[in-house]
Design a protein around this ligand. Sequence first.
Ligand code: AHR
Length: 331
Amino acid sequence: MFESLFRRNAGGRIACLLLVFAVLFCGCAEKEEQEDSPALLLGFSQLGTESAWRSGNTRDIEEKAAASGVSLMLENANRKQENQIAAIRRFIAYRVDVIAFSPIVEEGWDNVLVEAHEAGIPVILVDREVNTEKKGLISCHIGADFYKEGVMAAEYLIRKADSLGADELRIVEITGTEDSTPMRQRQAGFMDTIEKDGRMVVLESVNGDFLKSRGAECMRYLLEEYGEDIDVVFSHNDEMTLGALPEIENAGYEPGKDMIIISIDGGQEAIDVLRQGKINCVVECTPMLGRELMETAKKLKAGEKVDAKIHPKEGYFSDEMDLRQLAPRGY
Ligand code: AHR
């Protein structure tokens, strides 16, 4: 009986089998396509792990890549430019769709950028910028307006001088990595702004390389050199500030009272210390650049036009504000 049934419906069964095969085959092909050629392959060279800011930036980029279906080739350069150049060359050899990197310093990228350009791979700068005479090597820069951050730090200081009725404020500056974009622009924004105010005197600028240990060393040196003459410490990032504070306390001064402390980044630890009154102002620099990076990379792959510059919106936190309700910073 079954045999005759099968024979009677043979045409229909063959059609069914063909349909099943077709569905299975299409499913496999689609899966293979997803696995073998992901929607977008992004090579990203991170410069290091020197700060909570940097770790927050790496984490955000990894999370946003995963959430938006981007395959991320992430390489960490351990603060060495040659490692970043080697990573970019590997991305080119691998034929990624888009290259992104956070350049540790501004100079020295021309050759590798020309190589990426000749390979037809668009390049996005994340966080920091490069200095190059050559046109058309960079598709977009996504990162903070560091000059404006320096201006905000100086504007706070001018308001503070007004509120204290100060005739003169003697400033020491602990800068970030020499020849890096945030170091150059934060310094320029700060100096250009205080220059117009006759009360501001800069005692010395020293290089703390964005590191907590160097922030402590710099502060020890500055205290030995200038001691109680220091009225203001302007530090280019939270890490160095957090290194400097115990040195100030060990030398017998109260940070936030005997000395005005100004920092940049706005990570959770610095905000907590600001709430304790040991830091007076923290200018915000957000590391959350992952969403813009994924969106821009997708547009570039699709051949769409992108903005040459994308600056996140940033503000500052200070002892002029009630910060009790401030949401967790996430880095
Ligand atoms: O380039 C951004 C700076 O680099 C951040 O201010 C600092 O914390 C980081 O190391």
